[in-house]
Unconditional design. Structure first.
Length: 562
């Protein structure tokens, strides 16, 4: 679970994945949401401003989220309308396209460039690359950085300067959910390996088996797609979950690669369905509908007052009366006296059942049933079975030399992590070589220097003109609650590449004409004045606001006619 407080020291006027008011921190001028898991939504419900930037999929899902009591009561008809928890944020949520640098103005003269990058965690999840004022920061949110994911990140155009060593990341705010040297966290099977194991286990069941996949949160959509394709079936969802995923194809800026495999897409004049459906039928073998919703797969559960299993009775031999049991043993001795081996099996079977304290003996196996009804008579109750046939059936049941039948488990487990292992985190940091790594999930005793210290600060270019944390500050931080915050001091000598870049910037600045610079400064000054007037910070007095579109034109004194 994320413990990140949302504050980014390089960009103190933004917040990420934490929207509650922070003491002794400036109010944010822009907020960012990496995905819609609940530990990243703290404070969002009461947020009034500013804008919250996220991906299109995150926005669509967030606006339709409902709390469990509300959606259950609506499904049962208790509520007449849906209660969507975050619907009031519709005008605050601003979608960002993946991989596209976006300029966001925090206030006049202060702009940050933000790029959303896929995080391989759940639909709509993303990382944020934030640049501005000579600072470069990557916030990973929750991420699963398998090798193929890191390789793909290397090919992102916006990441090329950091991967090539031309520019350094000042800080990576890293998903450290499993950042530890414990053996259990060292390496995880890839998602593909987990799905492969699941499909092998599913193959062991009969073709008429129904499967219930308890997807308690977002992030298991690839499992749906793989299972549905392998079993040639659909995945049944309740109406609420279906509406959530159906919303992914709505609105501007939707990513069809997310929605198409799930809910389908329009191909010419035909609609190509996805793997999800809300229509239940005999051809549907996979269910991920919510408990409490009216679905056929849950109708065998016990209702109020018990009665579970009343319609699925099995054959049992009652052992409540020991005298009857003794008579059964005597009859078996008489009938099987010429078959000493069979008699020994039956006697031992009855004796063991009594010693174990059983009240009845379950005899509903296929072998016993076939022996009991061998001649085709329609006999359903043991009371109607002739004693000769009952003893013969028991003897057949115990002496039948069949291969031991493996009882199939009713619960299938498979490895499938939505967070990166320690090995994967080191792979990511080794590719990025940032100057600093800070944890998004902090645990007491976590030492980032021991975990990633050999992978940071090896970029060829200087990250900034001043060190991220001075040696004195670093010593203080090691004793603070944020124990082990990883910092490195950049080389005080500027690299030749940095000097060349500064000279080019100086030459470009000198090429600008003086009037152009004056106009820019005048416009910037007016915008700053308007911004302060809107905040009412001019000594508590009202201030006039000049409009850039008319200032210097319509408000000039009228020309004197010659």
């Amino acid at each position: 679970m994320s413990t990140f407080d949302g504050y980014v020291s390089e960009f103190p006027l933004i917040r990420i994945d934490q929207f509650a008011t922070l003491p002794n921190r400036p109010a944010p001028l822009a907020c960012f949401l990496s995905h819609i898991h609940s530990d990243h939504l703290r404070g969002l419900l009461s947020l009034k401003s500013p804008f919250v930037y996220c991906t299109h999929a995150t926005r669509q899902l967030l606006l339709r989220l409902e709390k469990y009591p509300h959606r259950l009561n609506f499904a049962r008809g208790v509520l007449e309308a849906r209660v969507q928890t975050y619907r009031h944020l519709k005008k605050l949520l601003r979608p960002l396209p993946l991989g596209c640098p976006t300029q966001i103005e925090l206030r006049p003269g202060e702009v940050v460039c933000v790029t959303a990058l896929d995080a391989n965690h759940c639909p709509g999840s993303c990382m944020f690359l934030i640049q501005g004022g000579g600072k470069n920061v990557l916030y990973t949110g929750d991420v699963r950085c398998e090798k193929w994911f890191v390789d793909r990140l290397l090919r992102e155009p916006v990441m090329a300067p950091f991967m090539s060593g031309l520019t350094a990341l000042d800080c990576v705010y890293l998903d450290t959910s499993f950042a530890s040297m414990r053996a259990a966290h060292a390496r995880f099977p890839s998602k593909a390996e987990g799905i492969k194991e699941l499909l092998k286990k599913v193959n062991e069941y009969s073709p008429d088996t129904l499967f219930y996949l308890n997807t308690w949160t977002f992030g298991y959509e690839e499992v749906w797609i793989a299972l549905a394709n392998h079993l040639d079936t659909k995945v049944h969802l309740d109406d609420y979950r279906w509406r959530l995923y159906r919303s992914l194809e709505e609105g501007d800026g939707q990513d069809i690669s997310i929605s198409a495999p799930l809910v389908g897409f329009q191909e010419g004049n035909r609609w190509q369905p996805g793997c999800l459906t809300r229509e239940y039928g005999k051809d549907v073998r996979i269910h991920s509908c919510e408990h409490g919703i009216d679905c056929e797969i849950f109708k065998n559960q016990p209702g109020v007052g018990g009665g579970f299993g009343d319609l699925n009775q099995i054959h049992e031999i009652e052992l409540n009366d020991l005298s009857i049991l003794g008579r059964l043993a005597d009859l078996c001795t008489t009938r099987l006296q010429e078959q000493p081996a069979a008699l020994a099996n039956v006697t031992k079977w009855l004796s063991d059942s009594v010693k174990q304290g059983a009240q009845n003996i379950r005899v509903d196996t296929e072998t016993f049933y076939r022996a009991l009804h061998g001649d085709g008579d329609n006999i359903n109750e043991l009371e109607e079975v002739p004693i000769d046939r009952l003893i013969s059936a028991i003897e057949t049941l115990l002496s039948k030399k069949t291969a031991p039948r493996t009882v199939q488990q009713k619960r299938i487990t498979f490895p499938y992590s939505r967070h990166a292992s320690f090995e994967e985190l080191r792979l990511l940091i080794g590719a990025l070589h940032p100057e600093t790594v800070l944890p998004n999930t902090y645990e007491p005793g976590m030492d980032m220097d021991a975990l990633f210290g050999d992978l940071v600060g090896k970029c060829g270019a200087s990250a900034s003109t001043s060190p991220r944390v001075s040696p004195a500050t670093s010593q203080v931080l090691k004793q603070s609650p944020i124990e082990g915050m990883l910092t490195t001091t950049p080389d005080p000598l500027a690299s030749p590449l940095a000097i060349t870049r500064e000279r080019e910037q100086a030459r470009n600045a000198s090429k600008r004409s003086a009037p152009d610079v004056e106009i820019r400064q005048e416009v910037l000054q007016r915008r700053r004045k308007a911004y302060k007037a809107a905040l009412g910070c001019e000594n508590g007095e009202w201030a006039s606001v000049e409009l850039v579109s008319v200032s210097g034109y319509h408000n000039e004194p009228a020309e004197v006619e010659l």
